[in-house]
Design a protein. Structure first.
Length: 267
């Protein structure tokens, strides 16, 4: 038969040796003193303090970008070591493994296990994992690392990033100025009204290639026709069409005179 006793060591026994003695006595045992004894010496050691941190090189990478996770495991105790330290870091969906580098121990990207071993007081171990982002824009990806040791200590840390959303292509974003192109040959704006409230007549378009008209010859140029003065108030403009009535009236008077001349000659 066997007996198992579970005991908890007091904190103030760290660094001390505990001796446990088990004694069996019987009236039927054939020994000199009929007593059997067993002892076990236990040296109580302290344990380190296990901590883990995790970070990512970019919290807003684009799809297809390469980023790096950094995991740091520390024994922050100044006196006692950590025994058989292990870290589990399973890469999440949305990233593909590229490469890694471990300062202590070995890392298996297939299982996500980083075997560190013992960590001396105030010692740290670092693991970097390079991955390629495959998640769609706008997706948030979280990766967690969990560290444990032989004495049952456990700590975990996470790092998160969100895949950047690319800007819309030109012409599909927010509205621009929306202005219209002014007509050829000028700014296309309206003429402001005069200060006295009168009307303003816009000037005629300049002659040139855009209007299809030949530019008018200026006064003083060779072959330039004399310019008639503009009609003033109370006068009619004198144009080529005004000669027709005068010519007809002259012909009429000439015929009447010829008629009277013939008549006088007949007498």
């Amino acid at each position: 038969m066997s007996l198992t006793i579970l005991a908890q060591v007091d904190e103030d026994m760290v660094g001390e040796t505990i001796t446990n003695v088990a004694t069996v006595s019987s009236d039927t045992l054939l020994t000199d003193d009929s007593i059997l004894e067993a002892r076990k010496d236990i040296h109580v050691r302290g344990t380190g303090v296990l901590t883990v941190t995790k970070s990512v090189s970019s919290t807003n990478p684009g799809n297809g970008a390469t980023i790096t996770y950094t995991i740091i495991v520390n024994n922050t105790d100044s006196q006692w070591p950590l025994k058989d330290v292990q870290v589990i870091d399973h890469l999440p969906q949305g990233v593909d493994y590229v490469d890694h580098d471990a300062s202590v121990g070995s890392y298996d990207p297939e299982t996500g296990e980083w075997s560190i071993g013992d960590l001396a007081p105030e010692e740290e171990a670092t693991l970097t994992i390079t991955v390629k982002v495959t998640a769609a824009p706008g997706t948030t990806v979280t990766n967690t690392a969990t560290a444990t040791d032989a004495d049952g200590h456990e700590d975990e840390a996470s790092a998160t990033f969100t895949v950047a959303t690319p800007p819309p292509p030109p012409g599909e974003g927010g509205g621009g100025g929306g202005g219209t192109t002014p007509p050829p040959g000028g700014g296309g704006g309206t003429t402001p009204p005069p200060a006295d409230g009168g009307t303003v007549t816009p000037p005629p378009p300049a002659a040139g290639p855009e209007t299809g008209q030949a530019p008018a010859e200026t006064a003083g140029e060779v072959g330039a026709a004399p310019q008639r003065p503009a009609a003033g108030p109370g006068t009619l403009p004198f144009t080529g069409g005004s000669y027709a009535p005068i010519v007809l009236l002259g012909l009429f008077l000439l015929l009447v005179g010829f008629f009277f001349w013939r008549r006088q000659g007949a007498h």
